[in-house]
Design a protein around this ligand. Structure first.
Ligand code: URA
Length: 261
């Protein structure tokens, strides 16, 4: 009988079981496999069946130059989004519901770069809409910024290094970061912000090639001639509220920087 459950619900159920600690796929009732009459499918037949249903493999090519070429050819935000949507080399896209491209005002002077979508962002197709996003909105509001403000000087534009949700919110791998960075750099070039805020280690890695947010924060960095302010990621601040005073100092640095532009 055909299963009634759709792919995404089945995946969510499986993730929930993994979170509960289930590590093996077993049945509700024990099965004595020594007494089973039917022989298991022959490996060759099983392999052929899998090959029919599995997504077609992408030829083994270095994805980074391909990403660079596709990103650089994009002359508008729509073209960049379309380029990402047709970039087949990152497997994360196969497990995600949505491509999470950006939110906010593209004319903003400040561009916020996060890590990767979580469950809420994957569902809504927009970055920073879950708990970390709510904290980010409060942080921005504290210095007079709002992602939906019409005036460029009060607005913010938000994106992530990785546009697809990694399974179980795992950290993106170095290979994934490397193949998605050309799209991020093109994104920054198209927005032309006065300041970029790098939220956490993954975005510091992608924007200026360094990690170690505890040491990096508080110091201005740069990405292809654009100033970058590294900051603790809002998800980190939710887990470590005592770091909020340092984040406040970084927000004041951002405000001071914006007032000079
Ligand atoms: N964390 C991120 O880095 N980005 C999001 O969009 C949501 C949570």
């Amino acid at each position: 009988m055909e299963s009634q459950i759709d792919w995404h619900s089945a995946r969510a159920l499986l993730e929930w079981q993994v979170e509960l600690g289930a590590t093996e796929a077993i049945l509700d009732a024990p099965v004595d496999r020594f007494t089973l009459e039917a022989a298991p499918p022959k490996p060759a037949a099983a392999k052929a069946k899998f090959a029919q249903s599995a997504p077609r493999p992408i030829a083994q090519q270095d994805p980074v130059p391909i990403a660079k070429q596709m990103a650089e050819a994009a002359s508008s935000l729509d073209a960049l989004q379309a380029a990402l949507a047709s970039f087949e080399h990152c497997d994360l896209r196969r497990g995600a519901r949505n491509l999470v491209f950006s939110d906010g005002n593209p004319k903003a002077q400040v561009m916020i770069v996060g890590e990767a979508p979580g469950r809420d962002e994957d569902q809504h197709g927009k970055p920073f809409v879950g708990r970390a996003g709510q904290l980010l909105d409060k942080m921005l509001a504290a210095i007079g910024l709002d992602r939906h403000a019409e005036a460029a000087e009060n607005a913010a534009y938000i994106t992530n290094v990785v546009p697809w949700r990694p399974p179980q919110n795992r950290e993106p791998s170095p290979e994934e970061i490397a193949m998605l960075t050309p799209f991020l750099l093109r994104h920054v070039a198209l927005i032309k912000p006065s300041v970029v805020v790098a939220m956490g280690n993954i975005s510091c890695q992608a924007l200026f090639g360094k990690r170690g947010i505890t040491k990096l924060r508080g110091q201005l960095q740069s990405c292809r001639d654009t100033d970058v302010i590294p900051m603790f990621h809002p998800a980190y601040l939710l887990r470590n509220p005592s770091a909020k005073k340092l984040a406040w100092a970084d927000l004041l640095m951002l405000k001071a920087k914006l007032s000079k532009t």
